[in-house]
Design a protein. Structure first.
Length: 124
């Protein structure tokens, strides 16, 4: 039996969930995902910083969005399949362009989606 896909949630998603926002409750309750929050501590590998720099250098994220670029790079290194985020900068990253960067670094390219997209496009 294959391992279930890893799904990560950006901090802003978890804060919205804690506030009881309905779309997040729907997102996490539609399927029995066995959702279990885990605090991902940055691995501190140089590869994460190199990937993050490339993401910003290629213009996929503004130069000021260092933390967001690190989140995407870390997700790739950890093998995350889906990165949930309500952050506009992250959701607007062109998947094809991101895939080129992640493939060059030999890490997984996470699908970045909002909880709204998960609920409305995948389960309706």
């Amino acid at each position: 039996m294959s391992e279930p896909p890893l799904i990560a949630a950006d901090t802003n998603v978890l804060l919205d969930l804690a506030r009881g926002e309905e779309i997040l409750i729907d997102c996490f309750m539609l399927k029995p995902w066995g959702f279990q929050p885990v605090n991902c501590v940055p691995v501190g590998h140089g590869i994460v910083h190199r990937i993050a720099e490339t993401i910003r250098e290629k213009g996929l994220l503004p130069e000021s969005e260092i933390n967001d670029s690190l989140i995407v790079a870390e997700a790739g290194l950890l093998g995350i399949s889906i990165l949930l985020s309500s952050d506009g900068h992250l959701k607007e990253i062109p998947h094809h362009d991101l895939r080129l960067i992640m493939d060059a670094a030999d890490v997984r390219t996470p699908l970045i989606a909002s909880p709204w997209k998960i609920v409305h496009e995948f389960f309706h």
